[in-house]
Design a protein around this ligand. Structure first.
Ligand SMILES: C[S@@+](CC[C@H](N)C(=O)[O-])C[C@H]1O[C@@H](n2cnc3c(N)ncnc32)[C@H](O)[C@@H]1O
Length: 195
């Protein structure tokens, strides 16, 4: 099947193939833009410590290992087995990090979290699917818990909705109140709290 097929670009097979061809397709471990982006995300977490974080679409774990430094526990998932394996290896020095290979659409979250980090993941879903995912995620967020969302604002053939739409869905979701926002030419970042 062609990579431009809208259905295929949302599948685990599409991403798995991407990682098999290039172990770090977006340059998450090396690209200066990505390092700055991760720096902005960690900075926006405002220097506090979190009890339990969920990071869906963790890729090779480049952000996961940064989150490990401010979280007592990090649960990360990616539906590419190759990416999840690489994330596990990268975070091997952090016993509080658990990386699973699984899909955000049908993952059954166990227990409650006080932090959810949604970085470059929301635009791989149709708007209604993303809305449903956000609704489920909020159920597993403690009162007073934080959602940190950061998405690229560019256009890509494998995105189903734009970065702005990803954040609009989050900001309109009942229970989440935005407490901090940053916007750059390339990306936007919002920190929300569950009220
Ligand atoms: C652009 S990367 C983002 C990586 C990471 N969040 C970051 O900001 O560095 C998107 C990742 O999401 C994963 N992904 C896409 N759809 C997914 C889904 N439905 N369930 C789990 N992982 C998914 C892909 O395999 C890919 O590794």
């Amino acid at each position: 099947m062609s990579e431009v097929d809208a259905g295929y670009t949302s599948t685990a097979a599409f991403f798995e193939d991407k990682y098999r061809r290039n172990p770090d397709p977006w340059g998450f471990a090396t690209d200066p833009y990505e390092q700055q982006r991760y720096g902005a995300i960690v900075e926006a977490l405002s220097g506090r410590r979190y009890r339990r974080a969920f990071e869906p679409g963790c890729s090779i774990g480049a952000l996961t290992e940064r989150l490990a430094e401010c979280c007592d526990e990090v649960v990360a998932i990616d539906f590419s087995a190759t990416a999840a394996g690489e994330a596990r290896a990268r975070c091997a020095g952090f016993p509080q990090v658990y990386v699973a290979c699984g899909s955000l659409v049908d993952c059954e979250l166990d227990g409650m979290f006080d932090l959810m980090v949604l970085s470059e993941i929301g635009y791989y879903f149709e708007r209604d699917v993303w809305q449903g995912i956000v609704c489920e995620l909020v159920k597993h967020l403690e009162d007073g818990g934080t959602v940190l969302a950061a998405h690229w604002l560019g256009v890509s053939g494998d995105h189903r909705i734009s970065g702005d739409e990803v954040h609009e869905v989050l900001l309109r979701s009942s229970g989440l109140e935005v407490v901090h926002s940053e916007r750059y030419s390339a990306m936007r970042l919002d920190r929300m709290v569950k009220r």
